[in-house]
Design a protein around this ligand. Structure first.
Ligand code: SAM
Ligand code: SF4
Length: 336
């Protein structure tokens, strides 16, 4: 069956889905102000997919032509035995690459094991290089630990490491150049992500704190000449990448507000509780957990449902439209 079904993940707008972002958990050791509220209620453990169920989901998608899987969360590395899950998924026949997004706090102890398990690339979130500010932005995190995690990852020979930075006006916009220079010195990539309106946050006013990619680019361009990179195998998806002459690092901009990229969307998400989310900025979803638990993890039932769900994928998100309905789920529950 799966041979026949390969490459069937095409939506109503002709977009092929080749990329799955799989959330390992909605829990996290940080409480970043743009991602979560200070007081969070997490999904009860019985409602979170088991690793066996996650493997079934990954296998079903790879059987349908998905080439890249990203493990994310919440913080994927706070879930016990995530290395074993990574190894199983990395070994799925037909998958080109398993990658991960992490806050870096567990990398001092897990970077080696993740690399050995077959994780090819890492995105590590870092919004500031100042310890006090790091604590304020993450509410619970330690900058020293994350920097140690980045160093540990740099020693493991991952195919690429990229920093993810969310810039908020008045909070960390004075560190744009410092963050770029940190990445240049480490010879790793860096992407700036515009803050998205996922969940109600109490710590700041999102409209006031919003900083557009073009403004961030302007700050960098005052010191460095940025050359736009052409799309290639590395550059697929929503980022626009630039290089700086004489340096290996790529500088990326992900602009969900200011430069809508939905026409090129190639991805779907599965949350920790098994909801297949067809779009980051819409609530259209399919409950895969019920299918898994009612069919004894049937690959055929999953694949049939996933193909049908392609019809639910909306054309685009409306983060740039203040009158559009707001998304009530937080990023940690979305699978960032
Ligand atoms: N815990 C991991 C981490 O922080 O990298 C993985 C999950 S996190 C939800 C994935 C990415 O989403 C992070 O780079 C984070 O900065 C970003 N993020 C979280 N909330 C966001 C928001 N409201 N707008 C834009 N990016 C956000
Ligand atoms: Fe945790 Fe990542 Fe969200 Fe920060 S952005 S609270 S590290 S899930």
């Amino acid at each position: 069956m799966s041979e026949q079904l390969k490459n069937q993940l095409v939506d109503r707008f002709g977009r092929s889905i080749s990329y799955l972002r799989l959330s390992v958990t909605d829990r996290c050791d940080f409480r970043c102000i743009y991602c979560m509220d200070e007081e969070m209620t997490f999904v009860p453990r019985s409602e979170v997919l088991s690793f066996e169920e996650m493997q079934c989901v990954a296998k079903a998608f790879v059987g349908l032509g998905v080439k890249k899987i990203r493990l994310t969360g919440g913080e994927p590395l706070v879930r016990a035995n995530v290395v074993a899950l990574s190894r199983t998924i990395a070994n799925l026949e037909g998958l080109d690459e398993l990658v991960m997004t992490t806050n870096g706090s567990q990398l001092p102890k897990l970077a080696v094991d993740l690399r050995n398990a077959g994780v090819k690339r890492l995105n590590i979130s870092l919004d500031t290089l100042r310890a006090g500010r790091f604590k304020a932005l993450t509410r619970t995190g330690s900058l020293a630990r994350v920097l140690a995690g980045i160093n540990a990852a740099c020693e493991q020979g991952f195919e690429a490491i990229k920093l993810n930075c969310v810039i908020l006006k008045g909070r960390n916009d004075d560190e744009i150049l410092d963050l770029v220079e940190f990445a240049l010195a480490k010879q790793i990539d860096i992407s700036f992500i515009e803050e998205m309106p996922l969940g109600q946050v109490s710590s700041h006013n999102r409209a006031e704190a919003f900083m557009a990619s073009a403004d961030i680019r302007d700050v960098i361009s005052k010191r460095y000449f940025l050359t736009r990179l052409r799309k290639d195998s590395f550059i697929e998806g929503p980022s626009k990448y630039f290089s700086i002459n004489g340096f290996k690092s790529r500088i990326g901009f992900i602009s969900p507000h200011s430069e809508n990229f939905c026409a090129d969307c190639n991805r779907v998400r599965v949350t920790a509780e098994g909801r297949l989310l067809l779009c980051l900025g819409n609530e259209d979803a399919l409950d895969l957990k019920t299918i898994l638990r009612s069919t004894n993890n049937s690959n055929e039932a999953l694949q049939t449902a996933i193909i049908k769900a392609m019809n639910l994928k909306p054309e685009r998100h409306y983060f740039d439209d203040a009158s559009a309905p707001q998304i009530v789920r937080f990023m940690n529950a979305t699978g960032g």
